[in-house]
Write a protein that binds this ligand. Structure first.
Ligand code: R5P
Length: 287
């Protein structure tokens, strides 16, 4: 049975259809002291495939509860799909006394999962923090699908050197265009400094490709630079459209033409489904 986390109900339903598995009912509750409860009253299967984006602390707790609840209900195999893994950006101790939060979360999940499937985690190395088998799904190429066919002399840009593979994947899938990257220095969670790339954006359609748009600071700065350089239209394509706080307003004010994201995070811009790629990964690990 497919077991949906609260943040991944549409994706879980799409996955259930894709692999022809029943969708379990999940009941979510909250006690007066703030504790959450996620329960699976009708779960009845040997294998549970939990699909839960962990975009909040509640979502993390809920995932651990679902893993435990399906075992209580008789599951002997638990496959945990984490479409967007929160805390993955805290993949090292950045200052003395800091935790490696991604490791702490991965270890907690490992206590209840036999196998884990991640979609474009912030760094692939995160898979080593889990105890069991981890499959990584790369959904970046699918972001080319909704882009207009007639982009003019397209330029695919990542906001930093680390994300250039994503830009290359989207460019390859689109079929034509150049790839380059900005230099980025992050001063805080919301303060980033972007230095324009070498590529000339004048009169070109530009697609900024990143794994996550969170506060929108990174992409909105890039859009501002590109528009002042005379770019034609600037699009943003990201795997995980978190779009927290005033990200939408920042991007709109910077002059973005369109934001394209996947359903690892369910927002109105999540027009690309990762369900087929996740289905293939789940079927491969459960044969
Ligand atoms: C960072 O390395 C990521 O790839 C994204 O660039 C970052 O998470 C975007 O964050 P924000 O939208 O808050 O600038």
């Amino acid at each position: 049975m497919i077991v949906p986390g609260a943040s991944s109900q549409a994706l879980a339903a799409a996955l259930a259809r894709a692999i022809d598995e029943p969708l379990a009912a999940v009941e979510y509750d909250r006690f007066p002291d703030g504790e959450t409860l996620a329960a699976v009253p009708d779960f009845d299967d040997d294998r549970a495939i939990i699909v839960a984006t962990t975009d909040s602390n509640d979502a993390w707790v809920e995932l651990l509860q679902l893993q435990d609840a399906v075992r209580e209900a008789g599951a002997t195999e638990v496959v945990t799909v984490i479409p967007y893994m929160g805390y993955a950006r805290q993949d090292k101790a950045f200052e003395d006394g800091h935790p490696v939060s991604a490791r702490a979360m991965a270890q907690a999940v490992s206590t209840g999962a036999d196998r884990v499937v991640l979609v474009n985690p912030h760094e692939d190395d995160i898979s080593s923090f889990f105890d069991g088998h981890v499959t990584i799904v790369d959904a970046a190429a699918n972001l080319a699908d909704p882009l207009p066919d007639d982009l003019d002399d397209p330029l695919f840009l990542s906001p930093d050197a680390g994300a250039i593979d994503l830009a290359e994947s989207v460019c390859d899938a689109y079929g034509r265009g150049d790839v380059d990257y900005f230099e980025k220095v992050r001063h805080s969670g919301t303060d980033v400094e972007i230095t324009p790339s070498d590529a000339d954006a004048t009169d070109r359609d530009v697609v900024i490709v990143d794994d996550i748009i969170a506060t929108g600071s990174t992409v909105s700065q890039a859009v501002t630079h590109l528009n002042s350089d005379g770019a034609r239209n600037v699009f943003a394509a990201c795997v995980h459209p978190l779009l927290v706080r005033n990200a939408r307003t920042k991007l709109e004010r910077a002059g973005i033409e369109q934001i394209v994201g996947t359903d690892t995070v369910e927002r109105d811009v999540s027009i690309v489904s990762v369900a087929p790629s996740v289905a293939a990964a789940v079927e491969a690990v459960t044969q």
